[in-house]
Design a protein around this ligand. Structure first.
Ligand code: MG
Length: 166
């Protein structure tokens, strides 16, 4: 087994859609960024890459490249999964914490966890998303930023059967 830790933080600014874990939330502010600013999926990508010792999201999808402008987090996750699979690994578990003041995630945490499970191709009971406020402290506490921390466990993928014709 391999373990990977990911972290990401983005500013929350007016006029941007609030995107988290591939879902959209009704909120007057959203994450700024070159891509969609989805901290949960960006931290997930870093966790996937880290577990396979493949570097970080900036190594593979630099924000200086116009190709990635406005890109949905799901695109990066799918690309990271391909890199991880090429190394012989597949996801087994994910555990995530989102740090934010508002909007309240309580009602949609199961939906977020289910979305991570779907993206990773793992069972729903192998995915967890938790939420923490910062008790009003710092930029996150002031509602000016959102951050996420993600742990991913990878397991050896079974050897793929060669498609040979006799
Ligand atoms: Mg990011």
């Amino acid at each position: 087994m391999r373990h990977g830790l990911g972290f990401d933080i983005h500013r929350l600014v007016p006029g941007r859609p609030f995107v988290l874990g591939g879902l959209t939330f009704d909120h007057p502010r959203g994450p700024s960024g070159h891509s969609d600013g989805d901290v949960l999926l960006h931290a997930l990508v870093d966790a996937l890459l880290g577990a396979a010792a493949l570097g970080d999201i900036g190594d593979h999808f630099p924000d200086t490249d116009p190709k990635w402008k406005g890109t949905a987090g799901e695109v990066f996750v799918k690309a990271a999964l391909k890199l991880v699979a090429a190394k012989g690994w597949r996801p087994a578990q994910v555990d995530a914490t989102v740090f934010l003041e508002l909007p309240k995630l309580k009602k949609r945490k199961p939906e977020l966890a289910a979305e991570l499970a779907r993206l990773l191709g793992i069972a729903k009971d192998c995915a967890c998303v938790k939420a923490k406020t910062m008790e009003g402290l710092g930029a996150i506490g002031a509602g000016e930023a959102i951050a996420a921390q993600v742990l991913v466990v990878l397991e050896k993928a079974p050897a793929s059967k060669k498609k040979t014709r006799k």
